[in-house]
Design a protein around this ligand. Structure first.
Ligand code: ASP
Length: 464
């Protein structure tokens, strides 16, 4: 499959016009002279449709890309032309009569991409044949079907996509799969895993969300390993909940399964970026075995009937409290029609006094206001200080140790069912999928707060 049919792929407006005038195109090997007398030799790269129309991007022989402003380009000499053709060797995914059936639902993200560093182009690797070509180990694990549901980076996931995904999961379960893997960008993976934990209940089989921090062409990529671990967990794992499967603490030895409602991306670029917060991870998964870290989970049971409940009201938002916040922030949200506000408060669940009247006005207008804590670990305990007690009196609902993002996802889902204050409060405080836990494990914060050596030591100590 050629990457481009348009000779000026991605170039628009003035940049497109300039390249046409200069008589060169994407994949031309060029020598460019700029208005300061510097020359650049390299290959003209395709651009993304959302990029500006003022720069031409050239891949230099050093491997670096430079963006050259079109007004500063004096001369261009075409030295050659070599269209890059990308194809992941596609081989038919072998059918193993006795292997479990797994469906991979693709939503996009880095895991669905393969980046060519010579040219900078990104191509999707997705069909079972492509995946088999890239990660042949998958064929030893299962019979794999793939379905591309979306092809987006995860900041573009939203309520409509969550509902579609939940429905697709339901369809696959009805069709009798033994496990589901969802390929997803890591940035908002926690949000998706949380909302699916509410929209998909009573699953008979594992639903494993997986991504990668580094694309599969990079030597340090976590894509293949995460995928193998996720497929293995979907095919053979015992946890029939929505879970995230990502790189373990340090080495390439194992991945960790984290509960969908209790997981967070904690580092923008480390492969070991996901942490279970307020609890310990569910399980360790390696190429050869599983090491359960808890027994509190919904076990696989093929006879259980799944309940798909993909309702939502997207008029929900999250307010990350900061000292000096003014009440007008809350008033503006109410005026804009928001029906649910999750506050990530300080300490045990606080905001400053000037905001109180605005919260009172919001609640009087039927807006649902719930409280979580910015510390992430620990509980909103609003009866300890006057501030908390006053907020409770106003009608702010404490959510104990529910993570702020999980609370946001849950509030949107709950408001899809009801706007009745008591009912909303009841549903928000009911724990459907361990989003509220009675206590956090004594060693959880100390060990699993993110200290890699401590985490590694803990996980390996459980390795039977
Ligand atoms: N920006 C990407 C995303 O979340 C990053 C990734 O896939 O890990 O979609």
């Amino acid at each position: 499959m050629a990457e481009t049919t348009d000779p000026l792929k991605g170039y628009r407006g003035r940049a497109r016009q300039r390249l046409q005038e200069l008589g060169v195109r994407v994949w031309s090997e060029v020598r460019i002279l700029n208005d300061q007398g510097s020359t650049f030799e390299g290959v003209i790269l395709p651009r993304s449709e959302t990029a500006d129309d003022l720069h031409v991007v050239v891949k230099l022989a050093t491997g670096y890309n430079v963006g050259l402003h079109i007004d500063r380009i004096r001369e261009v000499e075409e030295l050659g032309f070599k269209e890059a053709v990308y194809k992941i060797p596609e081989q038919e995914f072998p059918h193993g009569p006795d292997l479990p059936k797994v469906t991979l639902l693709g939503t996009g993200g880095t895991i669905a991409s393969r980046l060519d560093y010579r040219t900078g182009a990104v191509i999707p690797a997705f069909t079972p044949g492509e995946l088999y070509g890239a990660v042949p180990e998958l064929a030893d694990l299962c019979n794999l079907t793939t379905r591309k549901i979306f092809g987006v980076f995860s900041e573009n996931m939203g309520w409509e996509e969550y509902a579609t995904l939940a429905q697709a999961i339901g369809d696959e379960i009805e069709a009798g799969v033994d496990g589901i893997v969802i390929g997803h960008g890591t940035d908002t993976m926690g949000h998706t895993a949380a909302v699916l934990s509410f929209m998909v209940q009573n699953s008979p089989v594992p639903i494993v969300v997986v991504g990668s921090q580094r694309s599969s062409d990079r030597p340090s990529s976590d894509a293949a390993l995460n995928l193998i671990h996720a497929v293995r967990s979907a095919a053979y794992g015992d946890i029939a909940e929505v879970q995230i499967c990502m790189f373990g603490p340090t080495s390439d030895q194992y991945g960790l399964l984290h509960r969908g409602t209790r997981c967070r991306k904690m580092h923008s670029s480390y492969r070991s970026t996901f942490r279970t917060v307020g609890d310990i991870p569910l399980c360790r998964v390696s190429a050869s075995d599983f090491g359960s870290l808890t027994h509190e989970y919904l076990p696989r049971n093929p006879h259980r009937k799944v309940k798909i409940d993909p309702v939502y009201d997207d008029r929900v938002t999250i307010l990350y409290y900061y000292p000096g916040m003014k009440p007008d922030v809350v008033d503006a949200l109410v005026d804009q029609g928001y029906k649910g506000i999750v506050i990530a408060g300080t300490g045990l669940g606080h905001v400053n006094k000037p905001v109180f009247p605005a919260l009172e006005r919001a609640i009087a207008k039927g807006v649902h206001v719930v409280m979580t804590v910015q510390t992430l670990w620990g509980y909103a305990q609003m009866y300890v200080y006057d501030t908390g007690r006053d907020l409770l009196d106003i009608g702010v609902v404490p959510l104990d140790n529910m993570l702020p993002e999980t609370a946001l996802m849950k509030l949107g889902w709950v408001l899809g069912h009801t706007h009745d204050h008591d009912e909303v409060q009841k549903m928000m405080r009911h724990s459907y999928s361990h989003e509220i836990t009675e206590r956090e494990p004594h060693n959880g914060y100390l060990i699993l707060q993110g200290g890699l050596p401590e985490t590694e030591e803990f996980v390996l100590s459980q390795w039977k």
